[in-house]
Design a protein. Sequence first.
Length: 339
Amino acid sequence: MSENFGVFGTAVSTAHPSLALIKYWGKQNIALNLPATPSLAVTLDCLTTETHVEISRPVDGEEVSDRVFLDGILQREDRFAPFFTGFRKLTDKMKPGMGRFVVTARSSSDFPTAAGLASSASGFAALSCACTAAVGLELPAEELSAMALIGSASAARSIYGGFTRLDAGSKAAVSVYGENWWPEFRIIVLELEKEPKNLSSREAMERTRLNSPYYQAWIDDSRVLMERSVDALGGRNLDALGPLIRNSYLRMFATMFAADPPIIYWKPGSLAIIQFCDRMRSDGFSVWETMDAGPQVKLFCLQNDVPAIRNRLIGEFNNLNIRICRPGGPPSVRGRIET
Ligand code: PMV
């Protein structure tokens, strides 16, 4: 088949980050990017990544590479290479006549990137949906999830709305409950800083696996927390779920603190919020914090408590960017084939 220069197809997808209640931290298989711990997460409606993809045909003999721009800045090719290799394997299988092509993706988020707000989850979920739509493929959610996982394991969960789980060693996430399962459930996202982290979660996970003496205990304990959390979520019981959420993030960080050299994503402001949450609980609020690979803190609570918690936070902290989220829906996607 001769290769004609020109656009083959375009697509645009929006996706939301997946915030873990029970955390994934550590890889069982690095080449396949399989998680070592199970995770339970909720998709956040108030944060969005939008990704535009163009698939074009290079002219005969032209050497071209796939390109990804985040907020207009060209990203390192190696970060996306495994994802695009996976995407090509899929198109070879499902669209055998397609021939050579090159992907150009432009992505932007309405929240800071690589700062502990799960931009890689929404980013790779949107990229998976947009790439497949731009070549005219309609995949079941589980296959999209498997594709997103190659880029970032948490992205496998962002393919679904509502509550999702990704089991240890699993190649794809599954839906646990849709976004309407718990209408009163709220997530308060507190943004302390916009700067990208200086240690990627990928590098930090590997360091934790290689030299934290608590790594195996963390993995064993995660399984227990996971099963208890799924039960608490099934009963829509925040008083039962909250302590498990807290155990999960604190045990994840305890394992990181014990690495050599230690991994410390926390900032003084993060600890101040953690301690403030504890005070709010003493005052009778069911509010439970969590953190990821960055200084931001997210709180889980129920709708009725949001105004009071918000007022208390505003009264206590300056310069805190507060977003109130609900469980969000799955990615949206629109594609167009040109040829
Ligand atoms: O999927 P990654 O590589 O961005 O790692 C996500 C890790 C945590 O956010 C800390 C936990 C999680 O389960 O999302």
